[in-house]
Ligand binder design. Structure first.
Ligand SMILES: Cc1cc2nc3c(=O)[nH]c(=O)nc-3n(C[C@H](O)[C@H](O)[C@H](O)COP(=O)(O)OP(=O)(O)OC[C@H]3O[C@@H](n4cnc5c(N)ncnc54)[C@H](O)[C@@H]3O)c2cc1C
Length: 462
């Protein structure tokens, strides 16, 4: 355990105010440590932030987020900062699939709804009632889920892709198209041929291991800033920590092989007893002195790859009725969101979301908006689109590929006092908000030599 703090009395500096950095700073402050959180941007939240859309004045998310009930670290953190009440979960895993169908007025929807109670048996019945793919594919899905949720670690190779894992689990084309592709892409933001089977299996085990209740999806009822980012910063300050926005770090100062502190973009040096970095890999590499970048683990960071996500907000003439979110089958866009369902704004747009290097999220900006308009017109017959705005995050996720897992670094580094956090570090999970918070906890544990906060319940209220 890296309990060593280099300059006693100096604060622990955390770099980056996304979920990883905020949770690390929060748990340190809660443990009574002096902590100083530095964020380059004007607003906290990192990739889970919101922004003010210029023309409407509305606060929109940098991309809609969904969370699972089986996200214990995230839900525990949201609970502690008073944000959990604004996270709305459905009563059970309830997915509507929307698809083109010439025989049904051009479009039809199919609902896969697990009962709120009933455990695995409820799951079996839900799959039987679902009118998505044929019976054979539904039986395959059931068998695949049960096997994947109960397989021991190491059942497939470390470098197994989702596609290969599905071969092993006997999954055919229809079950992939209807279930595994949308599910694994939502989890890994990669095509099945590239995504890590090990990560996917872990998520399946956490989501379905105790019955389908863990896979129930929820979304914030407020834009990210009000939902969690401001609350987290406020809690850190209330616990005695310092949070500084618009304060980019330029370099981590390492002397005599130990961390001494950080140099800010303006040239100011801040002494630190330890530095936790919670920034993505390329940003971290720029902070390190040139001479150590060629050494392990830093030299392998270039192997970690980002995945893009695009979100298109569409203002419709009349509101589009339907559930909060729908999975789109066989379309360039994978999800349709209706955030207005639980926000009190008459002018709330719907949103389409697409992710993955092979998706429209990687296309030129102009094509993104055109494609979103076309998809919405196709799938929402009669909808009149007044206006469309797209945002794209080129590095929405990191290191979810089968060939990248060996290069994700642990929290502790060879440099005493330098600790890593971020959704891309070795958390055992994909790059998600749950992974980011777990990385924040791991970083705190590496500094304190003790678990962050009180014992975290393995599952909360599933
Ligand atoms: C559109 C979109 C949709 C997503 N959907 C989901 C979802 O549905 N569910 C889910 O769980 N996850 C989702 N994710 C992923 C999730 O948002 C990320 O996994 C998570 O937010 C990453 O948190 P982080 O703290 O590791 O990194 P980040 O959020 O990237 O935080 C890093 C912070 O460091 C700051 N920084 C960088 N360099 C410096 C510097 N030199 N000095 C100071 N500060 C610096 C950055 O400004 C940033 O605020 C989505 C992401 C996107 C973009």
């Amino acid at each position: 355990m890296n309990q060593k703090t280099n300059q006693p009395g100096a604060p622990i500096i955390v770099v980056g105010a996304g979920f990883a950095g905020m949770s690390a700073a929060f748990f340190l402050a809660e443990a009574g440590r002096r902590v100083c959180l530095l964020e380059a941007g004007r607003l906290a939240g990192g990739r889970a932030r919101s922004f003010q859309e210029a023309r409407s004045g509305l606060e929109l998310d940098w991309g809609p987020h969904l969370f699972m009930k089986a996200n214990p670290a995230l839900r525990d953190f949201l609970e502690r900062i008073g944000a959990a009440a604004s996270l709305h979960f459905a009563s059970s895993l309830d997915l509507t699939f929307r698809l083109r169908d010439p025989s049904a007025k051009g479009v039809r929807t199919e609902r896969l709804r697990f009962p709120a109670r009933g455990g695995s048996l409820g799951g079996v019945l839900a799959l039987f009632r679902w009118r998505g793919p044929g019976l054979r594919a539904r039986l395959e899905i059931l068998r695949g889920l049960l096997r994947a949720a109960s397989e021991r670690e190491g059942a497939g190779s470390e470098e197994e892709t989702v596609g290969r894992m599905l071969d092993r689990l006997g999954q055919g084309e229809a079950s992939r198209a209807w279930f595994w592709e949308p599910f694994s892409r939502a989890v890994l933001n990669l095509p099945m041929e590239a995504g890590s089977g090990v990560l996917f299996r872990r998520v399946i085990a956490e989501a379905f291991g105790a019955g389908p209740g863990g896979a129930t999806l929820g979304s914030p009822g407020l834009p990210m800033r009000a939902f969690w980012a401001e609350r987290a910063a406020e809690h850190i300050r209330r616990l005695g920590g310092e949070v500084r926005m618009k304060t980019p770090v330029r370099q981590i100062r390492i002397e005599g092989g130990e961390v001494r502190g950080v140099v800010l973009a303006g040239g100011e040096f801040l002494e630190a007893s330890a530095v936790i970095t919670a920034v993505p890999p390329p940003a971290l590499l720029t902070l390190l002195p040139g001479d150590i970048r060629e050494e392990a683990p830093w030299r392998d960071f270039g192997r970690l790859k980002p995945g893009p996500i695009a979100s298109a907000y569409l203002w419709l003439k009349r509101p589009s009725a339907g559930p909060l979110f729908e999975a789109l089958v066989d379309e360039p866009w994978q999800w349709l969101f209706r955030p207005g369902n639980h926000r009190e704004s008459a002018d709330e747009p719907i949103a389409l979301l697409a992710g993955g290097v092979d998706s429209v999220a990687a296309a030129p900006r102009g094509e993104i908006v055109t494609s979103a308009r076309e998809t919405a017109s196709r799938l929402l017959p009669g909808a009149v689109i007044r206006r469309a705005v797209a945002v794209r995050e080129k590095a929405a996720t990191w290191a979810n590929g089968a060939d990248e897992q060996a290069f994700r670094p642990p929290a502790e580094t060879p440099v005493p006092g330098l600790i890593l956090a971020g959704d891309w570090t070795a958390t055992g999970l994909p790059a998600t908000c749950e992974g980011a918070v777990r990385s924040g906890r791991q970083a705190v544990e590496a500094v304190l030599g003790a678990p962050a906060g009180a014992e975290m319940p393995p599952q909360i209220n599933i």
